[in-house]
Design a protein around this ligand. Structure first.
Ligand SMILES: Cc1ncc(COP(=O)(O)O)c(C=O)c1O
Length: 367
């Protein structure tokens, strides 16, 4: 379903970190190299590697001073890691609806959730899709709302020539085992503002100046590990190849499923390049087929499949009943959406077989 591509390059860097990366400045050699080059690649000033993307977002929200009296707007359909940090800080999460085509936030859906307490918006580039950042940025600037980009799924995507991960005051990435580049578990926070960077760096390591035993606040321990960074750095060298493979998978599905009417796959409008971390398929209403039934039928063929993200407001962790009347698109799209395999070891044969199953399931949906 999902998984990485690992080569001798990764073995070489990891072995080097294992053998040599423990003492003095070498202890963070790969961490700093990875942070600096990853930030530069995204036209950002600073990078901070973290244990995962969830903690990168928590660190950023904390660095921005988000707290109990604040509200943060997020899309209803995303992974819970996008929003957990808001709860950790005692702030209120406000779930907005998504767009029916790109499945991300829009200015209209954000507007419906804004109150005098709105401090920030976390825009999520879902599955690599990009929202209309020009409109969102203009709106957030006009309302003095902080814009944050959760680019966990969008490595390799761009909007009007600007890379995903370069929008807002800060952006975050995930290097989870299932992501386009991986460190097993891992994440990155990218920033431009020097003061915010210093604050987040301080918060990342027990509220102390680097190298001292003098803690001035009780904060977090979200430090990165050199061996993981070596793996990430090697993967980063192969970014183009890995994103090409993701796009190859997506194009493979688009091509093979092109004769199926009334389905939507990840879009790529003319001003977007989609890194397509995962291909999602929204089954048109004409099939009258819920995602649960479709998944069940696909699994009967022995093929893997995952659900489109459930609206977070529908899950016991949040359980906000009235949201389903406001976030109509999120509930509708989620009820008809499935995720297709996105593993980096997929072959032509896998795509052929899988597409045949999808076609069979959808063509015989009444059986
Ligand atoms: C959109 C999004 N945000 C955040 C996360 C959290 O990432 P991590 O698992 O690295 O904490 C994920 C991970 O799947 C994600 O897809």
């Amino acid at each position: 379903m999902a998984g990485p591509s690992v080569t001798e390059l990764e073995e070489k860097y990891v072995l080097d970190a294992l053998r040599n990366g423990w003492y003095g400045k070498d202890a963070y050699y790969y961490v700093e190299k990875f942070e600096n080059e990853f930030a530069k690649y995204h036209s950002r000033q600073f990078g901070l590697m973290t244990p995962n993307c969830t903690t990168a977002l928590h660190l950023l929200l904390s660095g921005l001073g988000v707290g109990q009296d604040d509200e943060v707007i997020v899309p209803d359909c995303t992974w819970i890691g996008s929003v957990a940090g808001i709860t950790y800080l005692g702030a209120k999460t406000v779930f907005a609806d998504i767009d029916p085509i790109h499945w991300c936030l829009t200015v209209d859906t954000i507007k419906k959730c804004v109150t005098p307490k709105t401090k920030a918006v976390i825009v999520v580039d879902l599955f690599g899709n990009m929202p209309d950042y020009d409109l969102i940025k203009n709106y957030c600037d006009s309302q003095k709302i902080i814009l944050i980009e959760d680019a966990a799924e969008a490595l390799g995507s761009s909007y009007k020539g600007r890379k995903a991960g370069s929008f807002g005051v800060g952006s975050t990435f995930s290097f989870h085992r299932t992501k386009t580049i991986t460190t097993g578990e891992g994440g990155m926070l990218l920033l431009d503002d020097h003061i915010l960077y210093e604050r987040c760096k301080f918060l990342r390591d027990h509220g102390r100046a680097p190298g001292t035993y003098f803690n001035t606040e009780v904060t977090y321990k979200y430090m990165p590990f050199n061996v993981q960074a070596a793996l990430g750095y090697a993967q980063f060298q192969r970014l183009e190849e890995l994103v090409d493979k993701k796009r190859w998978i997506w194009k493979g599905f688009v091509e093979r499923l092109k004769d199926l009417p009334d389905i939507i796959l990840n879009p790529e409008p003319s001003y977007v390049v989609n890194g397509v971390w995962a291909t999602a398929l929204i089954i048109g209403k004409s099939y009258n087929l819920s995602k649960e039934v479709a998944m069940n039928k696909i699994e009967k063929f022995g093929a893997p499949v995952r659900p489109f993200f459930y609206p977070l407001t529908s899950l016991p962790a949040f359980d906000i009943k009235e949201a389903k009347f406001r976030n109509l698109v999120a509930y509708d799209i989620s009820s008809r959406g499935i995720n297709l395999p996105c593993a980096l070891n997929l072959t032509e044969y896998n795509l052929d077989q899988y597409s045949k199953i999808i076609i069979q399931v959808l063509n015989n949906h009444n059986e």
